[in-house]
Design a protein around this ligand. Sequence first.
Ligand code: SF4
Ligand code: SF4
Length: 199
Amino acid sequence: MTVTVKVLKKPKRTLADQVYVPAIASGVKLTLTRFFKNTFTSRDHEANEIATVMYPEEPRTYPPRFRGIHRLTHRADSSPRCVACLCCSTACPAQCIHIEPAEYEKDDPRYGYERYPATFVIDELRCIFCGYCVEACPCDAIRMDTGLHMPPSTERSHFIYDKEMLMSLPGQDRTFLSANPRHEPGDPSHPGIDREKGH
Ligand code: SF4
Ligand code: SF4
């Protein structure tokens, strides 16, 4: 077998490349341009292409699909939409969701085929904000549309979000609900089990 060797020529370096002075001057020019633009022009980022943000006094607007802190959505009666199916915790690659399912009371129409989360905890410090839990949920019960990022803290316990905390956070539309309708058992729109009909 013949092997063809391709010899690559080294790029020639000019004197200007060797002394680095033009490259340094170009870098200094760019830095000074940015400095004076940021210091003396109005703080209209888009118009003036200002890169510096005076955070936290001037927070940056997050895009609509920004994945923020989780929330658990509510039903119209303020109970959790979550049915404790464990799909989200199964899909979670960081294994940071812990759910303990429980049965509704016997006089509740949901008793017997739908559960609720007695415990629902997310360790937001372990979370990698991949959004798999949101994708996996069949009930639109967990969302990351709060528009909030995690507040800084040196206390680990501040990053453990329980059910009450997750249900206390509204979405960016300031409601606790979800735009998707919830088809409750007994509704004509409910596609599944009907207790009265026995299926
Ligand atoms: S965003 Fe990803 S890592 Fe975080 S809880 Fe959901 S599935 Fe787990
Ligand atoms: S949040 Fe959704 S996926 Fe997770 S347990 Fe509840 S219903 Fe299932």
